[in-house]
Design a protein around this ligand. Structure first.
Ligand code: URA
Length: 234
């Protein structure tokens, strides 16, 4: 990136002002005065303006991934398992998942380098509904549905009210949509286990008003400006 653009993107001066500062000898690259505004700043260069180290404002990235099963949502894994970052082939920024999905859960996962937003959205007091589709063993009775809706004990924690509906049922399995706003470890699996139904497959299909839609498994896309605004204001 040209030096004057680099300085301008750090927010301290316009490009024209950056040129003036450079020509006047106020800019150093790696400790040496640089008077050429067209110098090409390369990765690793340390740029100082009037004795202060500067960096361009980081580009904020917001992505939605359809996470397949078999990937961890941590940035690295002690056991060497594949992480969701392995799926982001053309992203050079250091980004990280907002919240987590189990190794065997698929579906909507947001990733960003916007630490403020990630922090806000994962804070327990933040009430954004997450919608899951769970395929569970057996029939799920009305009594069990009521228990799930009202709150169940998942081992030292009683879940808050949830929205739950059966989408499809056979004698062997039921497909259930469940919406919760808490994010306890393996919460949905534990909730169904507590009423006697084992989760066979679990997919997150929405977070608040953000929907997975037709995004294919293993694929990702940038959030639209509208979606970003929604997350910032919800
Ligand atoms: N609940 C679970 O049990 N697993 C997930 O991955 C997300 C919610």
């Amino acid at each position: 990136m040209r030096l004057n653009k680099y300085i301008a993107q750090s927010g301290i001066a316009s490009r024209r002002k950056a040129d003036e500062l450079t020509i006047a000898g106020n800019v150093k690259i790696n400790g040496t005065v640089m008077r050429k505004p067209g110098y090409d700043v390369v990765e690793g260069d340390i740029v100082e303006v009037s004795g202060r180290k500067i960096e361009p404002v980081k580009k904020l990235i917001y992505l939605m991934l359809n996470k397949p099963k078999g990937f961890v949502t941590t940035v690295s894994d002690e056991d060497g398992r594949a992480t969701v970052l392995d799926l982001l082939t053309d992203v050079s920024e250091r980004i990280f998942p907002i919240g987590r999905l189990d190794y065997n859960t698929s579906g909507l996962l947001l990733l960003t380098n916007d630490g403020d937003l990630a922090y806000r959205l994962t804070h327990p007091k933040h009430k954004i509904y997450k919608t899951y589709r769970a395929r569970v063993n057996g029939i799920i009775s009305d009594a069990r549905l009521a228990q799930l809706r009202n709150g169940v004990d998942i081992g030292g924690f009683v879940t808050s009210q949830a929205k739950v509906k059966v989408l499809k049922g056979t004698a062997h399995t039921s497909l259930v949509e469940i919406q919760i706003y808490e994010g306890k470890n393996r919460q949905v699996r534990k909730m169904f286990a507590s009423v006697g139904n084992k989760v066979i497959d679990l997919e997150r299909v929405a977070m608040g008003e953000l929907y997975l839609g037709r995004l294919k498994e293993g694929h990702y896309r940038k959030l639209t400006q509208e979606e970003i605004n929604y997350l910032k204001n919800c």
